[in-house]
Design a protein around this ligand. Structure first.
Ligand code: SF4
Length: 373
């Protein structure tokens, strides 16, 4: 592992190359607070999705103080579309503690103080210090990890070992000794951009990479280290999702039959349309088998139903969407609610987007039985 003066120039050119992404909304006015929000959103959600959700969130909660005084429900609602709602709950819980810490710190909080707040891990703490405060910390996300492993040609028996090697090497200035000189904020963001756009996990586009001149992986044509986690093979499960609309007799606002996901279940606190498995799959506490009284109504319609796929952990759900009239669906647990008033799961959002198509298919059957709220 070596660092040369030319490495410095190459990494500096990464910053110049990444200036094209400075239009990303969270880079317009960088603060520790906007860093916290964007980094929490970008964990497990694509840049494209976060671009559309970041500014509405900041508009609703312009400062950490606003967020610290909000209710969990408000935060969950504003998190809609980003998925993985446990992040929103963590954010809501940590906001008052962070507000207090940021206010107490004369320049910036210490790494140990940030790590002392429940819900803040090593990556988020270092991202706040590096990107939010431009301090000399290296937040190692999957993109930065991959670039550094390839650039320096680091061999490690596991991902965990690689992270340790990177952290130690950074502290000992064996890698990126120019981090502070180039600028922690700019360089971290530049590397994140590079990992996303060019040094991708599969098929890195080395021909257009600013680092290729000194990149070990490129020069040795050796990209795989053999220890990378092979992605888990997804288990396919067939689900049926039941949609039912009720129109208010006053203003004809539609409400949908929804049920809250309760403690011990995936996506706790969010609302979902009734969903059932079509065969036993070992996780019936999440999605139980279709009740027998619904089988004669649902099963003949399955082959004609609109379908879409969703995933949770190692499960790939193939969802069939079926309309049910209110008097039938009321036999299930749940109630008619305005979906804009609660946090709904992304699978249910997809179902609601498809519901106008359902109404085009069967307009009479959808509305003739509605009895209002
Ligand atoms: S040259 Fe290729 S492998 Fe090396 S950092 Fe650039 S994209 Fe990644």
């Amino acid at each position: 592992m070596k660092s040369t003066t030319s490495d410095f120039l190459l990494f500096q050119s990464v910053v110049e190359w990444s200036a094209q992404f400075n239009t990303l909304p969270w880079r317009q006015k960088r603060t520790p607070y906007t860093t916290l929000i964007s980094e929490m959103m970008l964990q497990q959600t694509t840049v494209g999705t976060v671009v559309s959700r970041f500014l509405p969130f900041i508009k609703k909660f312009p400062t950490l103080e606003h967020l610290a005084h909000s209710s969990e429900e408000e935060v969950l609602k504003q998190w809609q579309g980003l998925g993985y709602y446990s992040r929103a709950k963590r954010l809501h819980k940590m906001a008052p503690l962070l507000f207090d810490l940021f206010n107490r710190s004369s320049s910036h909080p210490l790494l140990s103080e940030l790590l002392g707040i429940k819900g803040i891990g090593d990556y988020t703490a270092k991202a706040i210090l590096c990107i939010g405060y431009n301090e000399n910390y290296l937040p190692i996300d999957a993109n930065i990890e991959r670039i550094l492993q390839r650039f320096y040609g680091i061999l490690a028996p596991s991902l965990l070992h690689l992270k340790k090697i990177l952290n130690t090497s950074f502290e000992e200035k064996k890698i990126l000794p120019f981090w502070k000189i180039i600028g922690p904020q700019n360089l971290a963001e530049g590397l994140m951009d590079l990992g996303r756009e060019i040094c991708k996990k599969t098929k890195p586009q080395c021909f257009s990479c600013p680092l290729k001149q000194n990149c070990e992986a490129y020069n040795k044509n050796q990209f795989e280290q053999g220890w990378e986690n092979k992605s888990l093979k997804k288990i396919k499960i067939s689900l049926v999702r039941l949609i039912s609309i009720s129109l208010s007799s006053k203003n004809h606002t539609p409400s949908y039959f929804l049920k809250e996901k309760t403690k011990g279940k995936w996506l706790i606190g969010q609302y979902e349309i009734p969903t059932f498995a079509l065969s036993s799959w070992g996780r019936e506490e999440e999605y139980p088998l279709l009740p027998s009284f619904l089988e004669p109504i649902i099963l003949p319609k399955i082959s004609q139903a609109p379908t879409y796929n969703t995933t949770i952990t190692q499960f790939l759900f193939q969802n069939s969407l079926i309309f049910l009239p209110p008097e039938t669906i009321r036999k299930l647990e749940g109630s008619f609610l305005d979906p804009s008033s609660v946090a709904i799961t992304s699978a249910t959002q997809k179902a609601l987007q498809l519901s106008p198509q359902l109404s085009l298919r069967k307009p009479d059957s959808i509305f003739k039985n509605n009895t209002g709220n």
